[in-house]
Every structure is written in structure tokens, then in C-alpha cells.
Design a protein. Structure first.
Length: 367
């Protein structure tokens, strides 16, 4: 599955530094606004210790992790929805992502310019929220104008769509994001093709100083303010120090672990960010394991076996017969596919089986 996370925020909050750490793609990072204009894109492997365990047991020719795509979108400013700071171009990039990763500056540093004159996470979040809402309102108003013309013909479907979109307009004008608009799946079709910005889930990333990373920003008043906002919205929050993460990203696994222990950090902030994005998007991982390769695959939670098979190839879904399935813990406990089979831990699952996170699967199909 091609999943995209769009990294947004005001200029100079650490977006490009975070992106560099995520992808080692070398996105330009400098101390002036609009350093990033065209969006940088990085394909990032999803860290998963289970994949390492399977690899050690199977000893395949190659191991392929699943991945997630991060897009570094240029810093938005007040007035972006009106085109300021190349805002229209930047906002259009956000339409193409699955989840918004909102980076919020939570550190003081006189050497790093803040476009609003000082650090204030609540204000910064409100600016980004407002610009996304203004852009959505513009899109909805255009849709209303179009539907009004179509409804004049007496088309009942267009009249129904017009009613839905007008209610959505009122919702947005009250400062509420589209994702909180209560509507049926059928009524949502009136605007689903607009790819509205505030309909997307938001994950907050607090960028803190090196002094605050050891305790996850517990003593940082700015982090606490962002946490309150995230809790109110039922959004995920991750605390990182983009500068440190960039250093960690340059280390090999052994050096990385030693560095984390020295900083009293259980896991890298970037690993936490990727896993938080997975949770927000309702994603899980299943595995295929054989001599040629051990591989992780991303699917949506709730996928049935044929849908999961289709992620590998559409033929697998079209000609699905059954899925030979071993739970991850059973696979590790028995040590191999053959041992799991002999121990009665391999199950033959049909078309209605809902795949579980960590399942090790082999699909039988015929086309």
C-alpha cells in the first residue's frame, strides 16, 4: 500500500531536519523561511523487530521491510490559503497525503528565527488549522455554486448533495474540521472527491531541545500545551529532538542502541513517529516467509484474507483459494513453518478470515 505522510508546520520549526532524519534524503535545511519549496519525498522502511526475528529463523536470501512515504511540505504561513508564501502550491501538496504530521516548535533558541516572533505552540497550531480550514471553505463554496446550478434542473440527487455540502460549509465556518462532520457514508459522496485537508487525521510532533528529550518533554510547558490539544482531538503525539534524530539516523544499529541508552531513550523518536502514524491510519502488518525472502506487508486493520493477498498481487485476490496462516508468536515458538505445521499451529483460513497483526501467511490461488 502506498501510504503518504505529509510533514507540515510553520517555517523553521524543524520539518526539514525531521525529514532528513527520517529518510537521509538530504532535504535542504537552513535558517530562513521557505527553504523548502518543492516537496521532498522519502520512502522510509518501517522498523519492526518481528521482521528481524523471522529473518534470523528463516535465513532468507533477502529481507524486505514494508515502507511508508514522507513528504516534506514547505512551511505554511498566515495567509497561505490566499496564496501568501506560495501557499496555494503548498496546500495542494497536502491534498495528496493520507495523514498530516504537524511539527510544532517547542524549544527556545535565539539563533533560530521564528516567523511569528516567538515560540507559542497554541498560536502556531491555530495558524495552520485556520489556513487548512480556509482552503477547505474555498473548495466547499465552489462545490456549492456548482451544485446550485445542477439542482435547478430538479435533480433530486443534486439537491440532496447541495443540502449536505451547505451543512458542511456551516460546520467549517464554525471552525470545525471536516473530520468531525457527522454524516453517512452515502452523504459523504457529495464532497469526498474534494480531498478536503481537514478531513485527514493529524499526528502532532513536538520538536524539543536536546535537554528535554530524555524525559519525553515532561517538564516542557510547550509540550504540555500541545499534549492538551492532542488529547482534546484524540490525536497521537510524539516528542522528538530533530537535531538528535538526524545524528541517530547516521549510526549503524549497534551505535544507535548505545547512543539511545546514553540519552536514556527507549526508542528513537522517528520509530515512535512511524508507529504512531500506523496507529492513526488503522494499519497492521502481516508477513510472508520463505527461502527467497522474508517480507512485511502493510494492510488496513479489518482486511480479509483475499484483500491482504491482493496487496501482493491482484491475481492473488482474484483467484484466492485459502491462506495458510501461522500466528507470529506460534512461528517464533516453534522455530519454523514446518515445525509450526507439525505442532498443529498452521491454520487454513478462507475468504472470511480477518487478518491479524503479525500473521505469517502463504496464499493459495488459481487464475
Amino acid at each position: 500500500m502506498n501510504l503518504r505522510c505529509g510533514i507540515v508546520g510553520l517555517p523553521n520549526v524543524g520539518k526539514s531536519s525531521l525529514f532528513n532524519a527520517l529518510s537521509n534524503a538530504g532535504a535542504e535545511s537552513a535558517n530562513f523561511p521557505f527553504c523548502t519549496i518543492d516537496p521532498n519525498v522519502g520512502i522510509v522502511p518501517v522498523p519492526d523487530k518481528r521482521l528481524d526475528q523471522l529473518t534470523s529463523l528463516v535465513n532468507p536470501q533477502k529481507t524486505i521491510p514494508t515502507s511508508i512515504e514522507f513528504v516534506d511540505i514547505a512551511g505554511l504561513v498566515k495567509g497561505a490559503s490566499e496564496g501568501k508564501g506560495k501557499g496555494n502550491a503548498f496546500l495542494s501538496h497536502i491534498r495528496e497525503v493520507d495523514i498530516i504530521v504537524h511539527v510544532v516548535r517547542c524549544f527556545e533558541d535565539d539563533d533560530v528565527i521564528h516567523v511569528e516572533g516567538g515560540v507559542d505552540p497554541e498560536r502556531d497550531i491555530a495558524i495552520i488549522d485556520s489556513e487548512l480550514l480556509f482552503k477547505d471553505l474555498e473548495s466547499v463554496e465552489k462545490r456549492i455554486d456548482k451544485l446550485k446550478k445542477q439542482a435547478k434542473s430538479g435533480d433530486k440527487a443534486m439537491k440532496s448533495h447541495l443540502d449536505v455540502v451547505e451543512r458542511l460549509k456551516d460546520h467549517i465556518e464554525n471552525g470545525e474540521p471536516v473530520r468531525t462532520f457527522q454524516v453517512s457514508k452515502e452523504d459523504r459522496q457529495a464532497y469526498s472527491d474534494l480531498f478536503l485537508l481537514t478531513e485527514k487525521p493529524v499526528l502532532f510532533v513536538c520538536n524539543v531541545s536536546e535537554d528535554d528529550i530524555g524525559n519525553s518533554g515532561a517538564d516542557n510547558e510547550y509540550v504540555q500545551k500541545v499534549r492538551e490539544i492532542a488529547n482534546q482531538r484524540e490525536s497521537e503525539l510524539v516528542v522528538v529532538c530533530a537535531r538528535i534524530e538526524a545524528e541517530i539516523a547516521e549510526l549503524d544499529d549497534e551505535e544507535k542502541q548505545a547512543f539511545l541508552e546514553e540519552l536514556n531513550i527507549e526508542s528513537a523518536g522517528l520509530d515512535q513517529l512511524i508507529h504512531a502514524a500506523y496507529r492513526d491510519l488503522g494499519l497492521i502488518t502481516y508477513f510472508t516467509a520463505g527461502e527467497k525472502e522474508v517480507r512485511a506487508w502493510t494492510i488496513r486493520n479489518g482486511f480479509k484474507a483475499p484483500q491482504a493477498a491482493g496487496v501482493i498481487h491482484t491475481d492473488f485476490e482474484r483467484g484466492f483459494i485459502r491462506a495458510e496462516t501461522i500466528g507470529f508468536d506460534d512461528y517464533v515458538a516453534t522455530g519454523s513453518e514446518q515445525a509450526a505445521k507439525e505442532a498443529g499451529k498452521m491454520r487454513s483460513e478462507g475468504k472470511e478470515y480477518i487478518v491479524k497483526d503479525g500473521d505469517v501467511m502463504h496464499f493459495r490461488f488459481n487464475v
